[in-house]
Structures are given as C-alpha cells and as structure tokens.
Design a protein. Structure first.
Length: 288
C-alpha cells in the first residue's frame, strides 16, 4: 500500500471493540491510527505490541501486524521486533498498571536503551479490567472497594521516572483532545529514539474521580505557552511540577541517537552466534 493513499481508517480492523461505551481508549486508538497514517506509515510496515488489561486489546482492533504479550512484557517484545527488523514502525501500547507496575523494570531500561519506537500508555489511574483496584498512578484520595481509605501511598510519576532514566522524548495527552493527541503522537513517531506518550484515558465504569471533566479542567496545554521542549531545564521544571498536569510535547532531545544507530553496534542486530537454538533462529527470521 502506498503511503500516499493511506487513510487512518485503513488501520481499522473488522473486529468490534468491546471497551465500555465512553472509554478513553477509543480516542487513544483513533489518534494512534491517524498519527501512523499522517506520518506516512501503512499497516504493512506497522507492528503493534500490547500487554494485558483493557489496553491489551488494541492490537486486535487495529489492522497491522500485532502481538498480544503477557502482563508487563510488551516493551521487550517491541524492542526485539524493532532490532530484528529496523524497517518496521513499532508502537507499543499498554496501561498504567501494565507499564508502571509489573512492567516498571522493563520500562526504565527501555527508556535508557533508546530504541527507535513509540510507547503509548493509556493511563486511567485504575485497574479497569479486574474491576477497579487502585493502580500505580491512582491519587492518594482515590477510594475503591478494595481500598476504602485510598491507596495510602503517593502515586508513581511516570514522566519524572522516565526523565530520570534519560528519556529522549516525553509527551502527555488527553484522549478527548483529538487534535493535540494526534499531533503529539506524530512527533513521537518522527522522533529518533524511544518516545513515551502518557495518555489520560478515562475509565468511565470504575473511576469516578479522574473523569473527562476533571482532565478538561486540570490540563495545561503547553502548545499555548512559550515552553520549548528542546530546553532541558524547562522540561525538567515541567516534569517535576507534580501539582500541574501538562499536555503536549514536554521534552524532545534534538541530538537523540537511537540505540541501533549508535557507533560500534553491529550493522545487523539479528545476527546470532554459532550454536544458537534452531527455534531462536526461526523466530528471528520471522521478524526479518
């Protein structure tokens, strides 16, 4: 398929989403499809990796190559696919529980490794698929049936976590702000390196604290300020301001060099040593 003829609807599969009506993941996915089409990609060169949770279904609902991994393990799968076939546009999708809890170790090392890929985290501040337990990003005052007095612990700050690990691209969006969401994802796809986009994607069924109205009121659009995302000091100030919820491209390192472009690495990252198991060789060949 020629990129000149690609429309975002070309990325829609024939599977009907089973998300709850009003779920923020609908808007998140639409922005992903639009951004992929707008940056000249097509389903034949796109690989979507997802983990477990409501967000894990997204590969089924998009028409592209896809892999549905296990909880917290989507990032290493995406990294492996990208290194095996650098021509692929790799986009990993996950939730706040998937990425910032069980997958937190992989998250930190994916950030610092800086493989050229995009990580989209649908942050609804709750475990939605398992019926409403607090997640790593839930606010301290968020009461659930399993935590009637709230989490009693400070929430994880994913942007600060990534920044401290040496992130080369940080973006944050709101699923309901379609244009800004798509623009940030386009910038993430075009970035040379690992790009994190934390997307506020409200859960309308189990989270009555972090609602659409809450985010509309709380978000500060950096596109309407004089913020320069290439200014490290300015980005650090925004990232460490836990009292303000920013929207837009927060940090972009203009000198970022993706992992597979670094000097001294083998030209073919999929070259296996002699004696590698046949099964491993066959799997690598699949991704080439």
């Amino acid at each position: 398929m020629s990129s000149e003829t690609v429309h975002f609807t070309d990325f829609k599969s024939d599977k009907r989403p089973t998300w709850c009506p009003g779920c923020g993941d609908f808007g998140t996915m639409n922005g992903m499809m639009k951004a992929l089409a707008n940056t000249g990609n097509d389903p034949e060169n796109t690989f979507i990796v997802a983990g477990i949770g409501c967000s894990g279904k997204i590969g089924t609902y998009m028409r592209s190559y896809a892999f549905h991994g296990v909880h917290g393990r989507a990032l290493p799968l995406g990294i492996g696919a990208k290194l095996a076939n650098p021509e692929l546009e790799v986009m990993v999708a996950g939730g706040d529980g998937d990425g910032y809890s069980i997958g937190a170790g992989h998250f930190i090392h994916a950030v610092r490794r800086n493989v050229d890929m995009t990580y989209v985290v649908m942050d609804n501040r709750i475990y939605g698929l398992t019926k409403g337990q607090f997640s790593p990003t839930s606010r301290e005052e968020f009461e659930t049936p399993t935590s009637p007095e709230g989490p009693q612990q400070a929430p994880v700050q994913p942007l600060a976590l990534a920044f401290s690990a040496g992130a080369s691209f940080l973006g944050q969006t709101f699923a309901s702000h379609a244009q800004r969401h798509t623009e940030v994802l386009e910038a993430a796809i075009d970035h040379d390196g690992f790009a994190l986009v934390n997307v506020y994607s409200p859960c309308v069924t189990f989270n009555d604290l972090d609602t659409y109205d809450y985010f509309r009121e709380a978000l500060v659009d950096l596109g309407e300020t004089d913020h320069d995302p290439t200014n490290y000091a300015s980005a650090k100030e925004k990232v460490m301001d836990f009292e303000t919820t920013h929207e837009g491209v927060i940090y972009r390192d203009p000198d970022s060099v993706a992992y597979d472009d670094r000097k001294g690495l083998a030209a073919d990252a999929t070259e296996l040593p002699d004696g590698a198991p046949d099964g491993v060789s066959a799997l690598v060949d699949e991704f080439k």
